[in-house]
Design a protein around this ligand. Structure first.
Ligand code: GTP
Ligand code: MG
Length: 281
């Protein structure tokens, strides 16, 4: 292959003729893994057209990807609103808010790519929609275990929600002690010219379960943990204590709820009025 440096203003760039797509792929790969020196950039009439077409394709894919992420963000919003509405309604009905906090997160691009690669799927938007269920994530944190199931039932009863999968790690905790109720659902999102059913992963847990999970999660980011076995055992022991405490707190709350309320001033006044009424009947 003959180099024709003289034809190019950039002395680092070698111009070659008759380059095939394999060479371009190797060049792209070389840039990705850092083995390609800049001087290897091949350019010819055909190559420029090829790269131009690719750039267009890449740009189109990026736009489609961003659009899809926007749709997942909207789906997340829909689910968040549903939980906010339920929280308001429960507050009126049970005179307390069942939800402590709602957090939403969109999966990062790097994690999406890593997950697709981990399961041997190709890097396409179709594969992403089909195989990744946790691009949109909603985490609902409650005070009591019964609220978890009440909220899950109330969500699943809604006729626009479809349940795709349910994992009850409260009834069946993971070996490490992890507990939470996981739902994969779809929710329709209405856009200007289309309606899309979007998948959302919902995690519902108590404050105590959330506290435990956030500490346990930190372990995943550590490279070499010297006393890992002991930490894992300590975490499991904490998970058991937390589980027992969650049950106990629920029992205490139910006991307190069963006790009759102190009459309010309004109650006393109404009682007096009805007694007066009785006397004059
Ligand atoms: P991922 O590939 O991690 O999404 O797991 P999965 O597809 O097998 O689904 P699963 O329902 O088991 O877990 C989904 C999510 O729940 C995870 O991404 C975490 O946010 C959370 N989770 C599951 N297991 C654990 C655990 O052992 N510890 C902690 N801290 N979080 C967990
Ligand atoms: Mg996940």
């Amino acid at each position: 292959m003959e180099d024709r440096k003289d034809k190019n203003e950039n002395p680092d760039v070698h111009i070659t003729e008759g380059l095939d797509t394999d060479q371009i792929d190797r060049w792209i790969q070389g840039n990705i893994d850092g083995t390609n020196p800049t001087a290897m950039i091949p350019l010819s009439g055909n190559t420029v057209t090829f790269l131009h077409n690719h750039a267009l394709k890449i740009a189109e894919t990026l736009v489609a990807y961003k659009e899809m992420m926007m749709m997942y963000a909207c789906a997340m919003k829909e689910i968040r609103t549903k939980f906010e509405v339920l929280d308001m309604e429960f507050k009126v009905r049970y005179r307390r808010n069942p939800i402590n906090s709602i957090n939403t997160r969109l999966k990062k691009t790097a994690s999406i790519i890593e997950k697709l690669a981990r399961y041997g799927n190709d890097l396409s938007l179709d594969a992403l929609e089909l195989h990744i269920s946790d691009i949109a994530g909603v985490r609902v944190v409650c005070s009591y275990i019964d609220d978890i199931y009440r909220l899950a039932d109330a969500l699943l009863k809604q006729d626009d929600i479809t349940l795709i999968a349910k994992k009850d790690y409260i009834a069946n905790p993971k070996e490490n002690g992890y507990r939470s109720l996981h739902l994969i659902v779809t929710v329709p999102v209405f856009f200007a010219d289309q309606k899309r059913e979007m998948k959302v992963e919902v995690q519902i847990r108590t404050i105590a379960m959330d506290f435990w999970a956030s500490l346990e999660h930190q372990l995943k980011y550590k490279q070499a943990v010297p006393n890992e076995t002991a930490i894992i055992a300590d975490l499991k022991a904490c998970a058991d204590v937390i589980s027992a405490t969650d049950e106990k707190m629920l029992g205490i709350r139910q006991e307190i709820e069963a006790i009759g309320d102190k009459p309010t001033e309004e109650d006393i006044l109404l009682e007096k009025l009805s007694r007066i009424d009785e006397q004059f009947q």
